[in-house]
Design a protein around this ligand. Structure first.
Ligand code: NAD
Length: 492
């Protein structure tokens, strides 16, 4: 398979975007560096500082001090700053999209989509900042009035993954700033550049320079152990794998740190006989291939009822075949590289194991020769439950389809996992769609559509998929704590 070539002008503009990134925002004279590589070419595209634990503690001190002042600003001021940040992020969308594609690999059109989605969180929290919830209650036996209010929780530690380097950052930073908190942000070492640009733009918009500290480091474990043990962190928000989330929750116990955990998924996508075939095919392809399948809400187990299965598999395979694999900067590419070689080797192993267990390989299944971490859009049908792919988070462009007979069987299989992030139901019978949605162990259910993410929606999971919610009003409350004032009143 030959991959599309990239237009020289686009390479130059992407290089210019990369060259514009201020790599060391802490400015502590750190000399150690680490390499960031473009997953499409495997070439080194930047060498940001590999900050030490001491650097991280200095950053924490700055964010903590700046946060105390910021907490006393008015909601109107914080909202205005966030509105300005939104405008600047959109103004700089070309630069941001190019940096995202270069460090993470997704096609440029999807990178533009991420910039808008990420900026939307900033606008949303600019609006939410003005609506702090409060409450007023009467003591039922008289003698006092109870006023409840919400205070900023204090200094936050925000740890993000590589798959949505901009959206995962703004989904945490914007609500923290909106309520009056300082933040130490640690982007994934694979994709630290986008976060650095976002932080620069926040400062340009009027966020105090010390309030949001971006620490780039290869030493994720040492970094988080030190900061979680320090005592100044009052809130940790983490997006990433369940294994690391569990470690952080263990560390949070020592200082009783409030925790939001957006962890791994294993989303079932259920297609019933009474589904609209076209809608189900469209929805399943989007749920599978968005971000190259490297999404925690990606359709991981596609379960299709026997009566519609043959037609669905036919239509789905045809649509998957339309995916154009290549460097995300190249014109017309819809499926970029995956993040690293380990991922490619993992897909090869999963496909071989599924076929060995009796699955039917309908499309793709291999990695093209040459540079870059690419893997073809792949469809496996009739995947048995004993295959590894039926029980693991795939995180790539490989679709695993299995068939079921009854609604009960579908629900039982869908829930037969420790995870519970997203799920999808396709049925034109509204009673069935809602009944099934009610019975799925999931924080989010897409009904007759393959997208669940939305700034106005509380994003998050149940069971091993995490704690807390991001986005929406609920996402703001994650950065606040409830206080109440008990006001003495005259007896009546
Ligand atoms: P990961 O857990 O390896 O890394 C996430 C972040 O944690 C990165 O910043 C990484 O550098 C850091 N990290 C790694 N080891 C650490 C340690 N010992 N202590 C502290 N931090 C550490 O996950 P990933 O591979 O970057 O992302 C993929 C995973 O994230 C998948 O499981 C996916 O489902 C999940 N995810 C979940 C959501 C969600 O909202 N629920 C969103 C995106 C991704």
């Amino acid at each position: 398979m030959t991959l599309r070539t990239v237009d020289q002008q686009l390479i130059e503009s992407a290089d210019a975007a990369l060259a514009s990134v201020v790599l060391d925002r802490l400015d502590l004279g750190t000399t150690a560096t680490f390499e960031v590589r473009d997953p499409a070419t495997e070439r080194v595209i930047a060498t940001p500082p590999d900050h030490s634990i001491e650097d991280a503690l200095v950053a924490l001190g700055r964010a903590d001090a700046a946060g105390k002042t910021w907490a006393r600003t008015t909601a109107r001021h914080r909202s205005d700053v966030l509105h300005r940040a939104y405008d600047l992020l959109i103004e700089q969308k070309d630069r941001l999209a190019r940096v995202i594609t270069r460090e993470m690999g997704k096609p440029l059109a999807e990178a533009y989509g991420e910039v808008q989605y990420a900026a939307d969180y900033v606008r949303w929290y600019a609006e939410e900042a003005l609506r702090p919830a409060g409450n007023f209650r009467e003591n039922p036996v008289g003698g006092s009035t109870i006023l409840t209010t919400r205070a900023p929780i204090g200094t936050t530690l925000l740890i993000t993954p590589w798959n949505f380097p901009m959206a995962m950052a703004t989904r945490k930073i914007a609500p923290a700033i909106a309520v009056g908190c300082g933040a130490v942000v640690k982007p994934a070492a694979l994709t630290p550049l986008t976060t650095l640009v976002v932080a620069e733009i926040f400062v340009e918009a009027g966020v105090p320079a010390d309030l949001v500290q971006v620490v780039t480091t290869k030493n994720s474990a040492g970094f988080s152990s030190a900061l979680m043990a320090d005592g100044r962190v009052r809130k940790v928000s983490f997006t990433g794998s369940t294994g690391i989330g569990s470690v952080l929750l263990g560390q949070a116990a020592e200082h009783v740190i409030k925790s939001s955990m957006e962890l791994g998924g294993n989303a079932p996508l259920l297609v019933f006989d009474d589904a609209d075939l076209e809608r189900a095919v469209e929805g399943a392809v989007v749920a599978k291939l968005r971000n190259g399948g490297q999404s925690c809400v990606a359709a991981n187990r596609i379960l299709v009822q026997d009566g519609i299965a043959d037609a669905f598999v036919e239509g789905f395979t045809e649509k998957m075949r339309e995916a154009v694999l290549g460097n995300g900067l190249a014109e017309g590419v819809t499926l970029g590289p995956v993040i690293d070689d380990r991922a490619v080797r993992g897909f090869e192993r999963l496909v071989a194991d599924a076929v060995e267990h009796g699955a039917d390989l309908r499309l793709g299944g291999s990695a093209p020769e040459g540079d870059g971490h690419f893997f073809e859009a792949t469809v496996l049908d009739r995947v048995p439950e004993t295959a590894e792919i039926a029980n693991t988070e795939i995180f790539g462009p490989v679709a695993s389809i299995a068939r079921f007979g009854t609604e009960e069987e579908a629900i039982e299989r869908a829930n037969g996992t420790p995870f519970g992030l997203a799920s999808y139901v396709f049925s034109e019978n509204i009673d069935r769609a809602f009944d099934v949605a009610d019975r799925l162990d999931a924080g989010m259910v897409g009904i007759n559509q393959g997208i669940v993410s939305n700034v106005a929606a509380p994003f998050g999971g149940v069971k091993a998929s995490g704690l807390g919610r991001e986005g929406s009003g609920e996402g703001l409350e994650e950065y606040q704590e409830i206080r109440f004032y008990n006001l003495a009143r005259r007896a009546r």
